[in-house]
Design a protein around this ligand. Structure first.
Ligand code: IMP
Length: 427
């Protein structure tokens, strides 16, 4: 009766899926607790690469149930497309393998239109334009439509129609934009709800029953703590709880069951979208860490294809994330990308407003003024892609990991050294 939690420890795209795959082998349930189809990770099945945005990765494991929890927001049209892609790769999806919480909120066509409209103005935040913020806005405003409404497709379609008509007035009034076709929206969403209806469930009861039965539940975080609505670099954040509290509020499970919390971080830092990034690198070193886009693992977004911003590892950020979430273990991804650099830097503090600090400033404007204080370490030149144990890593690589542990207060217990499924260090 335990919950293992995997969380993004930076600004997202850390490679969480790799470790879900490796650590959830005995999980009876893999559950998403936050976000929507703004998330993205690629899974390789045979010679096919499938991009997951909303579906929990438990679908790729026999005998494992996948749950989309109440803390998520669901776009039914996109979900059906994703289900079709996953099926095309030979993976079975049926209502015994996937459950959607009745209490998850729906992303409606109007939410997508409003997200796109705001992104086209100077108030844009660099969102994924998946309607996430506007769906959560309706949830918080207590005017949202929940997934359970799909149980009655006709009434659901009427609600979608009414919502679209209201949004159209707003699009005209605030942005001078033409509206969305409300009849088409209602028709498409009504049709999608007919198909998704059998997948609806009381996932709170289902999860708590499994935990009371002694089953292992794996909680799969999307996005990351620095994108969390409360603890991230507000306002440059997503609209859900991507940190530890989101597990309880987004699944309806009590904290007493959480026994292991793993934070996933790249061996350097990346972020997409706007917002402060103290260790950001430009020029040749930026290109070196980002890659050109020629490789699947280069730093270009799975959901939007956007080039990611890159920088040195920021241990001030990581220390904050470790403390806030109670992370005891860090999983470090893309260690192999650092091979060949003569020296490496880790931000261990910031200079800001005339003083030095080790504390992460929660105000994005203060963070934007921070200059990193770097610890510089020698790099390594030996290829680490074939290494499968921590003991097998080059001495300078081990020293890099020890420096991260010293600066963050968490142990590095897991690592990835290449894009292949087995290029992991698990001990
Ligand atoms: P939204 O979640 O689409 O509203 O976007 C808000 C911010 O979160 C933007 O900076 C996005 O780039 C970022 N974001 C959302 N989802 C992800 C993700 O899965 N990985 C990385 N960044 C994300």
């Amino acid at each position: 009766m335990t919950i293992t939690v995997i969380l993004g420890a930076q600004w997202g795209d850390e490679g969480k899926g790799r470790f879900t795959d490796a650590l959830a082998h005995d999980a009876r349930i893999v559950a998403r607790f936050n976000g929507g189809d703004n998330a993205g990770h690629s899974i390789t099945i045979g010679d096919k690469v499938v991009k997951l945005h909303m579906l929990p990765s438990g679908l790729f494991r026999q005998g494992c149930l996948s749950v989309i929890g109440n803390g998520c927001v669901v776009n039914p049209r996109n979900l059906l497309h994703e289900m079709a892609d996953v099926r095309a790769a030979g993976v079975e999806i049926n209502p015994n393998r996937l459950k959607i919480s009745n209490s998850a909120h729906m992303i409606l066509p109007g939410h997508l239109a409003l997200d796109a409209a705001r992104e086209a103005t100077s108030a844009g935040l660099g969102t994924t334009k998946r309607g996430i913020g506007f769906a959560y806005m309706d949830k918080a405003k207590r005017s949202g439509i929940r997934a359970g409404a799909m149980a009655e497709p006709e009434r659901f379609a009427e609600s979608v129609y009414a919502h679209t008509v209201e949004v159209n007035k707003q699009l005209d009034r605030e942005y001078g934009l033409p509206g969305v076709d409300a009849t088409e929206a209602a028709g498409a969403y009504g049709a999608a709800s007919q198909i998704l209806k059998p997948y609806l469930a009381d996932t709170l009861t289902l999860l708590n029953d499994a935990l009371d039965d002694g089953q292992h539940v794996f909680a799969e975080g999307a996005q990351a703590t620095l994108l969390d609505i409360d603890f991230g670099t507000y306002p440059y954040v997503t609209s859900s709880s991507a940190s530890i509290g989101g597990v309880c509020t987004g699944l309806g499970v009590p904290p007493k069951f959480i026994t292991r919390t793993v934070g996933v971080t790249k061996a350097f830092t990346t972020r997409v979208g706007a917002g402060p990034f103290p260790t950001e690198l430009f020029g040749d070193m930026g290109t070196r860490l980002r890659g050109t886009g020629a490789n699947a693992w280069d730093e270009f977004g799975a959901t939007t294809g956007r080039a990611r911003r890159v920088g040195w590892l920021d241990a001030v950020v990581l220390r904050y994330v470790v403390r806030l979430n109670g992370i005891s273990e860090l999983a470090l991804t893309k260690l192999d990308i650092l091979t060949g650099l003569d020296e490496l830097k880790i931000a261990v503090g910031y200079k800001v407003d005339g003083g030095d600090t080790r504390a992460y400033p929660q105000d994005a404007e203060v963070l934007a003024r921070c200059e990193p204080i770097f610890q510089t370490l020698p790099g390594w030149h030996q290829d680490v892609r074939g290494v499968r144990t921590f003991a097998g890593l080059p001495a300078n690589c081990t020293a890099y990991l020890r420096a991260i542990e010293a600066a963050t207060g968490a142990l590095v217990t897991l690592a990835s050294v290449g894009a292949e499924r087995d290029q992991l260090i698990l001990s």
